[in-house]
Design a protein around this ligand. Structure first.
Ligand SMILES: [Zn+2]
Length: 287
Protein backbone atom coordinates (compact mmCIF):
# COMPACT_ATOMS: atom_id res chain seq x y z
CA UNK A 1 0.00 0.00 0.00
CA UNK A 2 2.77 2.46 1.03
CA UNK A 3 4.70 1.45 -2.04
CA UNK A 4 1.63 2.16 -4.16
CA UNK A 5 1.27 5.70 -2.70
CA UNK A 6 4.96 6.50 -3.04
CA UNK A 7 4.77 5.47 -6.66
CA UNK A 8 1.80 7.79 -7.12
CA UNK A 9 3.38 10.63 -5.16
CA UNK A 10 5.14 12.37 -8.08
CA UNK A 11 1.85 12.41 -10.00
CA UNK A 12 0.01 13.82 -6.97
CA UNK A 13 2.63 16.56 -6.49
CA UNK A 14 2.49 17.41 -10.20
CA UNK A 15 -1.30 17.66 -10.05
CA UNK A 16 -1.12 20.03 -7.07
CA UNK A 17 1.56 22.18 -8.71
CA UNK A 18 -0.29 22.54 -12.03
CA UNK A 19 -3.57 23.29 -10.25
CA UNK A 20 -1.92 25.97 -8.09
CA UNK A 21 -2.12 28.85 -10.64
CA UNK A 22 -5.89 28.47 -10.70
CA UNK A 23 -5.96 29.21 -6.98
CA UNK A 24 -4.09 32.53 -7.32
CA UNK A 25 -6.60 35.22 -6.35
CA UNK A 26 -7.42 38.12 -8.62
CA UNK A 27 -5.12 41.13 -8.45
CA UNK A 28 -5.79 43.61 -5.69
CA UNK A 29 -9.00 45.54 -6.35
CA UNK A 30 -8.29 48.85 -8.11
CA UNK A 31 -8.91 52.04 -6.15
CA UNK A 32 -10.49 55.15 -7.72
CA UNK A 33 -7.71 57.32 -9.21
CA UNK A 34 -7.16 60.97 -8.20
CA UNK A 35 -7.48 62.10 -11.82
CA UNK A 36 -8.91 60.54 -15.00
CA UNK A 37 -7.02 57.57 -16.41
CA UNK A 38 -7.42 55.91 -19.78
CA UNK A 39 -6.44 52.28 -20.25
CA UNK A 40 -6.15 50.83 -23.78
CA UNK A 41 -6.63 47.07 -24.17
CA UNK A 42 -5.58 44.95 -27.12
CA UNK A 43 -8.86 43.42 -28.28
CA UNK A 44 -7.26 42.17 -31.49
CA UNK A 45 -7.44 42.98 -35.17
CA UNK A 46 -9.60 42.63 -38.27
CA UNK A 47 -8.27 41.08 -41.45
CA UNK A 48 -10.63 42.99 -43.77
CA UNK A 49 -11.60 40.62 -46.59
CA UNK A 50 -12.80 43.32 -49.01
CA UNK A 51 -11.79 47.00 -48.89
CA UNK A 52 -13.93 48.17 -51.82
CA UNK A 53 -16.75 49.49 -49.54
CA UNK A 54 -14.24 52.03 -48.14
CA UNK A 55 -13.76 53.58 -51.59
CA UNK A 56 -10.01 53.17 -51.19
CA UNK A 57 -7.54 51.18 -53.24
CA UNK A 58 -5.04 48.82 -51.66
CA UNK A 59 -2.16 51.00 -52.90
CA UNK A 60 -3.67 54.02 -51.10
CA UNK A 61 -3.53 52.23 -47.73
CA UNK A 62 -0.58 51.68 -45.39
CA UNK A 63 -2.23 48.38 -44.43
CA UNK A 64 -5.64 46.83 -44.95
CA UNK A 65 -5.57 45.46 -41.37
CA UNK A 66 -7.63 47.22 -38.71
CA UNK A 67 -6.92 47.28 -34.98
CA UNK A 68 -9.61 46.57 -32.39
CA UNK A 69 -8.89 48.35 -29.13
CA UNK A 70 -11.12 48.36 -26.04
CA UNK A 71 -10.95 51.13 -23.44
CA UNK A 72 -11.46 51.68 -19.74
CA UNK A 73 -11.85 55.19 -18.37
CA UNK A 74 -11.21 55.31 -14.62
CA UNK A 75 -12.58 58.53 -13.13
CA UNK A 76 -12.52 59.49 -9.41
CA UNK A 77 -16.32 59.06 -9.42
CA UNK A 78 -16.62 55.79 -11.36
CA UNK A 79 -15.62 53.83 -14.44
CA UNK A 80 -16.64 53.64 -18.10
CA UNK A 81 -15.94 50.84 -20.55
CA UNK A 82 -15.88 52.12 -24.14
CA UNK A 83 -16.29 49.42 -26.83
CA UNK A 84 -15.86 45.77 -25.95
CA UNK A 85 -14.05 44.22 -28.91
CA UNK A 86 -15.19 41.76 -31.56
CA UNK A 87 -14.41 38.36 -30.05
CA UNK A 88 -16.43 37.41 -26.95
CA UNK A 89 -14.40 35.96 -24.09
CA UNK A 90 -16.46 32.76 -24.43
CA UNK A 91 -14.84 32.14 -27.85
CA UNK A 92 -11.41 31.59 -26.26
CA UNK A 93 -10.39 27.99 -25.62
CA UNK A 94 -9.47 27.19 -21.99
CA UNK A 95 -5.87 26.22 -22.90
CA UNK A 96 -5.02 29.77 -24.07
CA UNK A 97 -4.28 31.01 -27.56
CA UNK A 98 -6.17 33.55 -29.62
CA UNK A 99 -9.94 33.72 -30.03
CA UNK A 100 -11.65 34.34 -33.37
CA UNK A 101 -14.98 35.52 -34.76
CA UNK A 102 -15.72 36.19 -38.46
CA UNK A 103 -12.46 37.88 -39.66
CA UNK A 104 -11.41 39.08 -36.19
CA UNK A 105 -8.66 37.61 -34.04
CA UNK A 106 -8.02 38.61 -30.42
CA UNK A 107 -5.01 37.66 -28.30
CA UNK A 108 -6.60 37.62 -24.85
CA UNK A 109 -10.04 37.82 -23.22
CA UNK A 110 -11.11 41.35 -22.24
CA UNK A 111 -12.19 40.36 -18.70
CA UNK A 112 -8.74 38.83 -18.13
CA UNK A 113 -7.12 42.11 -19.23
CA UNK A 114 -9.38 44.03 -16.84
CA UNK A 115 -8.60 41.61 -13.99
CA UNK A 116 -4.87 42.25 -14.47
CA UNK A 117 -5.38 45.85 -13.36
CA UNK A 118 -7.80 44.98 -10.57
CA UNK A 119 -11.19 45.48 -12.24
CA UNK A 120 -14.04 42.98 -12.45
CA UNK A 121 -17.11 43.62 -14.65
CA UNK A 122 -19.01 44.41 -11.43
CA UNK A 123 -16.65 47.40 -10.88
CA UNK A 124 -17.73 49.05 -14.15
CA UNK A 125 -20.21 51.89 -13.56
CA UNK A 126 -21.05 52.73 -17.19
CA UNK A 127 -20.94 50.93 -20.52
CA UNK A 128 -20.99 52.78 -23.85
CA UNK A 129 -20.29 51.82 -27.46
CA UNK A 130 -19.35 53.98 -30.36
CA UNK A 131 -22.00 51.95 -32.21
CA UNK A 132 -23.66 48.55 -32.37
CA UNK A 133 -21.62 46.73 -35.07
CA UNK A 134 -20.26 43.27 -34.17
CA UNK A 135 -16.62 44.36 -33.83
CA UNK A 136 -17.53 46.79 -31.00
CA UNK A 137 -20.04 44.80 -28.91
CA UNK A 138 -18.25 41.45 -28.55
CA UNK A 139 -18.24 41.44 -24.74
CA UNK A 140 -21.29 43.62 -24.09
CA UNK A 141 -23.03 40.90 -22.09
CA UNK A 142 -20.22 40.87 -19.51
CA UNK A 143 -21.24 44.43 -18.55
CA UNK A 144 -25.01 43.94 -18.35
CA UNK A 145 -24.78 44.94 -14.67
CA UNK A 146 -23.42 48.40 -15.58
CA UNK A 147 -25.55 51.39 -16.60
CA UNK A 148 -25.71 51.43 -20.40
CA UNK A 149 -25.33 54.87 -22.00
CA UNK A 150 -27.01 54.75 -25.41
CA UNK A 151 -29.13 56.86 -27.75
CA UNK A 152 -32.63 55.65 -28.63
CA UNK A 153 -32.16 55.14 -32.42
CA UNK A 154 -29.09 52.96 -31.73
CA UNK A 155 -30.85 50.90 -29.06
CA UNK A 156 -33.89 50.52 -31.34
CA UNK A 157 -31.89 49.07 -34.25
CA UNK A 158 -30.23 46.62 -31.84
CA UNK A 159 -33.49 45.10 -30.65
CA UNK A 160 -35.66 45.32 -33.78
CA UNK A 161 -36.03 42.26 -35.98
CA UNK A 162 -34.82 41.40 -38.54
CA UNK A 163 -31.42 42.04 -36.94
CA UNK A 164 -28.72 43.80 -38.92
CA UNK A 165 -26.15 41.40 -40.43
CA UNK A 166 -23.51 43.90 -39.28
CA UNK A 167 -23.85 42.79 -35.68
CA UNK A 168 -24.09 39.73 -33.41
CA UNK A 169 -27.28 40.12 -31.34
CA UNK A 170 -26.37 37.18 -29.07
CA UNK A 171 -23.31 39.10 -27.87
CA UNK A 172 -25.38 42.00 -26.46
CA UNK A 173 -28.72 40.31 -25.71
CA UNK A 174 -28.30 40.73 -21.92
CA UNK A 175 -28.34 44.53 -22.30
CA UNK A 176 -32.06 44.41 -23.00
CA UNK A 177 -32.69 44.40 -19.24
CA UNK A 178 -29.74 46.60 -18.20
CA UNK A 179 -30.21 49.82 -16.34
CA UNK A 180 -30.16 52.21 -19.32
CA UNK A 181 -29.71 55.94 -19.77
CA UNK A 182 -31.22 57.07 -23.09
CA UNK A 183 -29.09 60.05 -24.10
CA UNK A 184 -31.17 62.78 -25.71
CA UNK A 185 -28.53 65.52 -26.05
CA UNK A 186 -25.67 65.75 -28.58
CA UNK A 187 -23.12 65.91 -25.73
CA UNK A 188 -23.47 63.67 -22.69
CA UNK A 189 -21.17 64.58 -19.79
CA UNK A 190 -20.71 61.19 -18.10
CA UNK A 191 -19.34 62.32 -14.71
CA UNK A 192 -20.62 65.91 -14.73
CA UNK A 193 -17.21 67.64 -14.79
CA UNK A 194 -16.54 67.84 -18.54
CA UNK A 195 -13.66 65.31 -18.50
CA UNK A 196 -15.55 62.39 -20.12
CA UNK A 197 -18.10 63.33 -22.79
CA UNK A 198 -20.01 61.22 -25.32
CA UNK A 199 -20.55 63.25 -28.50
CA UNK A 200 -23.20 62.45 -31.11
CA UNK A 201 -21.72 61.75 -34.57
CA UNK A 202 -24.49 59.91 -36.46
CA UNK A 203 -24.10 58.47 -39.95
CA UNK A 204 -22.02 55.30 -39.74
CA UNK A 205 -24.89 53.95 -37.66
CA UNK A 206 -28.18 55.60 -36.57
CA UNK A 207 -26.69 57.14 -33.41
CA UNK A 208 -22.94 56.64 -33.66
CA UNK A 209 -20.97 58.54 -31.01
CA UNK A 210 -17.35 59.40 -30.20
CA UNK A 211 -15.68 59.77 -26.81
CA UNK A 212 -14.03 63.04 -25.75
CA UNK A 213 -11.61 62.93 -22.81
CA UNK A 214 -9.84 65.74 -21.00
CA UNK A 215 -6.67 64.15 -19.63
CA UNK A 216 -4.44 66.18 -17.30
CA UNK A 217 -1.07 65.16 -18.80
CA UNK A 218 -1.98 63.86 -22.27
CA UNK A 219 -4.37 66.72 -23.01
CA UNK A 220 -7.71 66.41 -24.80
CA UNK A 221 -8.33 63.29 -26.89
CA UNK A 222 -11.24 62.16 -29.07
CA UNK A 223 -11.65 58.40 -29.55
CA UNK A 224 -13.22 58.00 -32.97
CA UNK A 225 -15.39 54.91 -33.03
CA UNK A 226 -15.90 54.30 -36.77
CA UNK A 227 -16.36 57.93 -37.77
CA UNK A 228 -13.22 56.99 -39.72
CA UNK A 229 -11.81 53.47 -40.13
CA UNK A 230 -8.59 53.90 -42.09
CA UNK A 231 -6.60 57.13 -41.49
CA UNK A 232 -6.55 57.54 -45.28
CA UNK A 233 -10.33 58.08 -45.23
CA UNK A 234 -9.68 61.29 -43.30
CA UNK A 235 -6.86 62.48 -45.52
CA UNK A 236 -8.53 61.60 -48.83
CA UNK A 237 -12.06 62.47 -47.64
CA UNK A 238 -13.56 59.12 -48.65
CA UNK A 239 -16.91 57.96 -47.33
CA UNK A 240 -17.62 54.23 -47.17
CA UNK A 241 -20.50 53.07 -49.38
CA UNK A 242 -21.98 51.10 -46.47
CA UNK A 243 -22.78 54.01 -44.12
CA UNK A 244 -26.23 54.01 -42.55
CA UNK A 245 -26.59 57.62 -43.75
CA UNK A 246 -23.65 58.99 -45.76
CA UNK A 247 -24.90 62.60 -45.66
CA UNK A 248 -25.00 62.45 -41.88
CA UNK A 249 -21.47 61.05 -41.86
CA UNK A 250 -20.24 64.01 -43.94
CA UNK A 251 -21.91 66.44 -41.52
CA UNK A 252 -20.67 64.58 -38.40
CA UNK A 253 -17.10 64.53 -39.73
CA UNK A 254 -17.21 68.25 -40.50
CA UNK A 255 -18.57 69.07 -37.04
CA UNK A 256 -16.00 66.90 -35.31
CA UNK A 257 -13.09 68.34 -37.34
CA UNK A 258 -14.23 71.82 -36.26
CA UNK A 259 -14.41 70.63 -32.65
CA UNK A 260 -10.88 69.16 -32.86
CA UNK A 261 -9.58 72.48 -34.13
CA UNK A 262 -11.33 74.47 -31.41
CA UNK A 263 -10.45 72.12 -28.54
CA UNK A 264 -6.95 71.19 -29.71
CA UNK A 265 -7.84 67.52 -29.14
CA UNK A 266 -5.95 64.67 -30.78
CA UNK A 267 -8.03 62.20 -32.77
CA UNK A 268 -7.38 58.53 -32.11
CA UNK A 269 -8.85 56.44 -34.93
CA UNK A 270 -9.71 53.15 -33.25
CA UNK A 271 -9.22 50.96 -36.35
CA UNK A 272 -5.94 52.71 -37.39
CA UNK A 273 -3.66 49.68 -37.13
CA UNK A 274 -0.33 51.53 -37.19
CA UNK A 275 -1.36 54.32 -34.80
CA UNK A 276 -2.95 51.84 -32.41
CA UNK A 277 0.20 49.73 -32.32
CA UNK A 278 2.05 52.77 -30.92
CA UNK A 279 -0.42 53.38 -28.07
CA UNK A 280 0.55 52.39 -24.52
CA UNK A 281 -1.41 49.30 -23.57
CA UNK A 282 -2.77 48.32 -20.17
CA UNK A 283 -1.41 47.99 -17.47
CA UNK A 284 0.16 51.27 -18.61
CA UNK A 285 -2.30 54.15 -18.91
CA UNK A 286 -2.77 57.72 -20.13
CA UNK A 287 -3.64 60.42 -17.61
ZN1 LIG B 1 -15.64 48.91 -36.41
Amino acid sequence: MTKYISRLLPAIILAILTAAPLAIPQQRKAQPPKSVRLYVFDCGSLNIPDITPYQLKKEELATTLMSVPCFLVAHPKGTLVWDTGAVPDSAFKPGGGPGTLRYATAPKPLTAQLAEIGYAPADITYLAFSHFHWDHIGNANAFAGSTWLVRKPERDIMFTEPFSPRTEPANYSALKNSKTTLIATDDHDVFGDGTVVLKATPGHSPAHQVLFLKLSKTGPVVISGDLYHYPEERKLKRIPTTEFNAEQTVASRAALEAFLKKSGAQLWIQHDYKANAKLKKSPQYYE
